[in-house]
Structures are given as structure tokens and as C-alpha cells.
Design a protein around this ligand. Sequence first.
Ligand code: ZN
Length: 149
Amino acid sequence: MTCIKTQSLITAFINDELEIDVLEAFVEHIRTCDECSEELEVYYALLTAMKQLDEDKNLSNNYKQELIEKLDKTEERIIHLRYNYYRKKGILVFIMLLWAMFFSLQHYFDPPPLENPVTESRFGLRKSFMEDRFDKTSEELEGFLENQE
Ligand SMILES: [Zn+2]
């Protein structure tokens, strides 16, 4: 982030109006750039004092310390938000992995489907079929079928 860009965001920063990505770049620049950090100090003191006067509050006596605390808190918030973001992503990936594992393991742990051989059947035998396949004569087969009924 450039100095011009950073300084244009000072008011928004003081009013807590920056999105996390911009906020992160902003704080990073403030931490490394003396010029912008001084600029921020001046604006912070000015805007905060104006706000305090507006709201009939007592004026702070240490804006610099307050600003340091605000920057620290902001960094904590960024870390917290980032952590939450990755944690949520991590949980999602973890759930998907579990899901995939569940479905692939289910295959191994499930008992094989029970075989269900036909022991009783009311299907009649087709004689023409049986004549070709049965060793016995068709008369014997007919007798056998009649006994079954
Ligand atoms: Zn700068």
C-alpha cells in the first residue's frame, strides 16, 4: 500500500470502517512507515478530540497511547478473523474428508448382501425345456409333476 493510499484511509480507519483486507494492508503500512504513522497520530488525536467534544466527553490525555492500543487491538482482530476464516475452512475440509472416509469404509465394514437361494418355488417347470435337459423320460417327469400337486 502506498503512502497516499494509506493516508487517504486514515479517517476510515479511525472510524472503524475498513474491510479486513484493506485494514490489514493499512496497519502493515502504518507499522513500517514513520511518515504515515505520524500522520495517523495527528489525525487520530484531532478526530478523537473532536468526537469527544461532540459527545461532551472528557478529552483523553494520551492519544498516542490510545492509538497504540487501537492498532494492537486491530491486529488482534485481524488475526482472530483470519484464524476464524481458516478454522472454518479447515472444519469444512475435515468434514468432507470424514464424509469421503465414511463412504469408502462403509464398503469394507458392511456385511456382504445375504445370498438368498430359492429353496421353495411355485414356478412350474416348462416341459419342453425340461425334455431337453432332464435325463428321465417325459412320462416320468409328468408323473413327478402330478405328484407334486
Ligand atoms: Zn507511508
